[in-house]
Design a protein around this ligand. Structure first.
Ligand SMILES: CC(=O)SCCNC(=O)CCNC(=O)[C@H](O)C(C)(C)COP(=O)(O)OP(=O)(O)OC[C@H]1O[C@@H](n2cnc3c(N)ncnc32)[C@H](O)[C@@H]1OP(=O)(O)O
Ligand SMILES: CC(=O)C(=O)O
Length: 528
């Protein structure tokens, strides 16, 4: 590849609050990153923590990488210590990786105040460590910590650290925006200046940006545009404080916007899947609004967007979502227009192109219902039922009709709380009455309804209530508060979400429940 994509999810990514990878997690993350096509995987700091030491040990036999090489991270030798005697330098070699990356101080203020040593000793620490590691056959990358802050304060000293690393045999010197305080123009200016001062070609430099100004991706792109050929990122931007440059946004920008050859062919289209899988392993909910790979990255809510998208999706998408393995979605809400309804219905397999009256009727109905607290954005199943109910000959025959339901909640002397529901429905020409108990009124209703319908619809057996969310919405314009219920149902293969709204939580739940069973039964009897 023309560029070195250096991933540090397992090292800097692990520095994010809330992440604690196990060794097994680390091995799984490394495999996914390799599959995604990065060139270097920084696995951690051997010797600093037992898990990282074990990871490198197990990687020797358990990790087969196709695209990437494994990198061990460490620091330059301690001040005043012989490099061969420094245990953490020894641990770096014992990790057995072909590449090592050492962090070096490059801001004179850090040298003097944090390391409490001299400018010259710090240069010697860099030289000794690089020479020693290269002498043991390692490719050596040097992360110059606080490079940009240091360069702005004392450019001669910071440049001399970079030069010392190169002269000692470092393959790459990585300029780190450790405090993440830079803006793209500052990066561009510093990159040009350090090349001039050191006389070293820009393509031997690397870039590592923290995200404290929310510019990590932009700063990385700026450095690459200035000629840098090695860039460090983390999956989903995980990292210390607000994080690092997000791998997926960075490679997408470089590949799709600048036309650079950064990943092997066919890898970029795995971005969305790999991003989600890595979020699962990190045990962090995927960021739905993440650029390129988030579930909402290509989700359109505004009616005007939909009307143009109907003509050509690229009129409102900056790239085709498929190039990063993502999908476009149309959201139906009070902001929908007829085009939104038409596109969403098409997404659900209903062609409304020849039905202008239905389009107008559904649009009006959605706006009215949403004004009353309904929300179809996350309830595709209820929206589909609404469309089918409005569509003349929409193939919709409700599988049952309610005569009445009754729910009782009984608090007994011994503290037990029992809910009991009775439903009276008509299904397939028959009147059925069923009673059931439940751990709450909604559960009792659900049980009673299933009991009544099961003899007619055995498919109901596989339906399970997967999630139940309740939100109380404050009333407006003098009306009282209403309750919105979102119900997620699963048949083991597919999930669908329905919505119900009413002043009474049981009635709101009933609406969502009826839609859930109606939709599930309609699906069960129609082809997937
Ligand atoms: C910018 C970055 O994110 S770099 C990555 C940082 N990552 C981590 O810190 C995670 C892992 N860290 C650790 O497990 C521990 O901090 C260790 C094992 C590295 C060190 O632990 P300890 O030996 O207990 O030292 P402690 O963390 O308190 O201080 C770090 C020491 O390293 C020295 N040091 C810091 N940076 C460097 C450097 N680039 N080169 C050499 N020495 C350094 C400090 O001066 C300090 O030395 P001192 O003990 O003489 O005061
Ligand atoms: C090395 C590193 O993580 C930094 O300087 O931010």
């Amino acid at each position: 590849m023309d560029y070195q994509v250096f991933d540090t999810t397992l090292r800097d990514g692990g520095q994010r609050e809330g992440i604690s990878y196990s060794v097994v997690d680390k091995l799984a993350v490394a495999r996914l990153l390799d599959e995604f096509g990065v060139g270097f995987i920084e696995g951690g700091w051997p010797g600093a923590m037992p898990k990282d030491t074990e990871f490198f040990e197990r990687a020797k036999t358990e990790l087969e990488l196709t695209n990437a090489v494994l990198v061990a991270f460490g620091a330059t030798r301690r001040a005043g210590l012989d490099v061969a005697e420094d245990p953490q330098v020894r641990a770096l070699l014992e990790a057995g990786t072909p590449v090592v990356c050492v962090v070096a101080k490059s801001d004179i203020r850090h040298v003097e105040r944090a390391l409490r040593t001299t400018a010259e000793e710090n240069l010697a620490m860099v030289r000794d460590t690089v020479t020693h590691l290269a002498g043991h056959g390692r490719r050596v990358f040097v992360d110059c910590e606080h490079f940009f802050d240091g360069f702005r304060h004392d450019p001669d000293y910071t440049a001399s650290v970079a030069k010392a690393a190169f002269d000692a045999g470092a393959e790459r010197v990585v300029m780190c925006d450790t405090n993440g305080g830079m803006l793209p123009s500052m990066i561009t200016e510093a990159v040009r200046d350090v090349v001039r001062r050191t006389g070293v070609s820009v393509d031997r430099f690397g870039i590592h940006c923290q995200n404290d100004t929310a510019c990590a991706v932009a700063n990385t792109v700026a450095a690459v545009e200035a000629g840098v050929k090695h860039f460090q990122c983390t999956a989903n931007g995980y990292g210390e404080r607000p994080g690092n440059a997000d791998l997926f946004a960075t490679v997408s920008n470089l590949q799709l916007k600048l036309g650079l050859n950064v990943l092997p062919d066919g890898c970029l289209e795995n971005a969305t899947r790999v991003s989600t899988a890595l979020a699962e392993i990190a045990n962090i909910a995927p960021d739905t609004h993440q650029a390129y790979v988030g579930a909402a990255a290509f989700a359109h809510k505004a009616g005007l967007h939909a009307s143009a998208i109907k003509v050509d999706p690229l009129l409102y998408n900056h790239v085709d979502p498929a190039v990063v393995g993502n999908d476009m979605r149309i959201l139906v809400t009070e902001m929908a227009g007829r085009a939104s309804i038409e596109l969403k219905s098409r997404e659900l397999g209903i062609d409304l192109a020849g039905h202008p009256e239905t389009l107008s009727a559904v649009t009006r109905r959605v706006k009215d219902l949403e004004a009353g607290g309904w929300s179809f954005e996350a309830a595709d199943a209820s929206f589909e039922l609404l469309v089918r109910r409005e569509l003349p000959g929409g193939g919709f025959a409700p599988p049952f009709a309610l005569e009445s339901y009754r729910v009782q909640v009984e608090h007994r002397e011994d503290g037990a709380v029992i809910s009991e529901a009775t439903v009276k429905v008509r299904a397939r020409g028959e009147r059925v009455i069923a009673t059931a108990e439940g751990n709450g009124p909604v559960n009792a209703l659900d049980e009673a309804l299933r009991k009544a319908l099961l003899p007619h619809f055995p498919q109901l057996k596989s339906f399970e209530l997967a999630d139940y969310k309740v939100r109380i919405l404050e009333g407006s314009h003098g009306s009282g508060a209403v309750t919105r219920v979102l119900l997620e149902t699963s048949d083991g293969e597919r999930d669908w979400t329905t919505v119900g709204v009413h002043e009474n939580v049981v009635e709101a739940s009933w609406h969502a429940l009826v839609d859930a069973l109606t939709y599930g039964l309609a699906r069960a009897t129609s082809p997937a």
